[in-house]
Design a protein around this ligand. Structure first.
Ligand SMILES: Cc1cc2nc3c(=O)[nH]c(=O)nc-3n(C[C@H](O)[C@H](O)[C@H](O)COP(=O)(O)OP(=O)(O)OC[C@H]3O[C@@H](n4cnc5c(N)ncnc54)[C@H](O)[C@@H]3O)c2cc1C
Length: 386
């Protein structure tokens, strides 16, 4: 890697780390307890320009790559925070950048870059179609210059904290399709216009994630807000999956490093039987092992990110990075909890909060089983399970 690129990345890392210092453990702990959206943090991140990392410079953004964006999310989680409050703007950006038309980009990207608009909601999952995205039922029917949307989505995060929402909806009935991956379309929904017919019902979740059931009852979307071509939406969403997997891997690595740092510090300080508990190999080795697994996952994450930013194919690497990083984070979470003994369960130590938060990465936005299925089928040539 070029020295200048290395220095640029280190500068981003240090700047985000400095910003996160203003939002210590107590800030996130209190937000978790009261289920508040971390408004002040998201505002600070927006003002600093980091949330616009992936928006090209011509639209007012920083024009950075996924590798740099991933460092931003990693550092938030590594500081003890939770980038789940704002990561969707980076997850969804690829769909808008690659498939949105010039008019859509000019209308939304500069305002997103300035922080006047938020694109923090992404509506794909439905009660009858979880991992099987091609079976979604929410219908968008074209009527003149508008689409009328009816249906239901579940687990849709940050709808109430967002101005815009990327929506995947069915434009052709499943039964009429020859290719089951067609017939779905992506829309950019301006939530400020549709509130009346859009019912948002918050879900009580294990983590502070602002997740909802969303009901569409004759929601009108201007046809000009269709992204790309009608019927090709599933392809567009797939296109953005590699970036999403790399970004999740980075968030998980941030968590893993937080857990390892906390575990090692506690193991050095806590004295029992006349010596620090970390002198016992039963305590020390699991921390060292989790650290090794985290660093290995990190290499895969940067391998994937560099291929992605260099426009090379990176499906296997992005999927492996997500799998390895989420597993490493979960391993580190358990090790950290064990190291803390009973104190790991006490809210004041933040381990239990991060433990709950990091558990998500093996399940959402895609379960690791589906990652394994991708690797088994696409990389290793074994038969499909679906
Ligand atoms: C906190 C949170 C926030 C979320 N935010 C969003 C959001 O903003 N937008 C959004 O669209 N979605 C969101 N989701 C939904 C998330 O993407 C889904 O939960 C996830 O894709 C899994 O779908 P599911 O929950 O329906 O599980 P299912 O698809 O029902 O899977 C259940 C289990 O079956 C396994 N399984 C299914 N098929 C196979 C197979 N062929 N082989 C092996 N195993 C299989 C799965 O791996 C899993 O273990 C969120 C979820 C959570 C928990």
């Amino acid at each position: 890697m070029k020295q200048s690129l290395k220095a640029d990345r280190e500068a981003i890392r240090l700047a985000v780390r400095a910003l996160c210092k203003d939002f210590p453990d107590a800030y996130w702990r209190e937000g978790d307890k009261t289920e508040q959206y971390p408004q002040a943090f998201v505002q600070a991140l927006t003002a600093s320009g980091y949330l616009a990392a992936l928006i090209p410079e011509e639209y007012g953004g920083a024009g950075l790559g996924v590798a740099e964006a991933s460092i931003i999310l990693e550092e938030i989680n590594r500081s003890g925070g939770n980038s789940g409050a704002c990561h969707a703007q980076m997850y969804t950006m690829g769909t808008l950048l690659r498939h949105g038309n010039e008019q859509q980009k000019r209308r939304y990207l500069p305002a997103l870059a300035r922080g006047e608009l938020r694109l923090q909601a992404f509506a794909v999952t439905e009660p009858n179609a979880g991992s099987e995205t091609t079976r979604i039922e929410t219908r968008a029917v074209r009527k003149g210059d508008r689409y009328v949307v009816n249906g239901q989505k579940i687990f849709i995060s940050r709808v109430r904290q967002s101005d815009l929402m990327l929506l995947l909806a069915r434009t052709t009935p499943y039964e009429e399709l020859e290719d089951k991956t067609s017939g779905l379309s992506v829309f950019l929904v301006d939530l400020r216009d549709v509130k009346g017919n859009l019912k948002v019902q918050p879900l009580e979740m294990m983590i502070n994630h602002h997740t909802n059931v969303v009901f569409f009852d004759n929601v009108y979307i201007p046809a000009e807000n269709l992204i790309g071509q009608e019927g090709r939406g599933f392809r567009y969403i797939i296109d953005s999956w590699n970036a999403e997997r790399i970004l999740i891997a980075a968030e998980a690595i941030g968590d893993a490093r937080w857990f390892i740092h906390r575990a090692a510090a506690y193991a050095r300080d806590r004295v029992l039987f006349g010596k620090p508990i970390g002198a016992n190999q039963g305590v020390q080795f699991p921390i060292a092992r989790a650290s090794a697994h985290t660093e290995a996952a990190d290499l895969m994450r940067f391998d994937a990110a560099e291929k992605f930013d260099g426009n090379e194919k990176c499906g296997p690497e992005a999927n492996m990075a997500k799998l390895l990083a989420s597993d490493a984070a979960w391993e580190a979470a358990n090790v950290c909890l064990d190291t803390h003994g009973g104190y790991g369960f006490a809210r004041d130590y933040d381990v239990e909060r991060k433990f709950r938060e990091t558990r998500l990465f093996t399940v959402a936005p895609v379960h690791n089983n589906l990652i394994l299925a991708y690797l088994g089928h696409n990389v290793l040539g074994m038969p499909k399970s679906y």
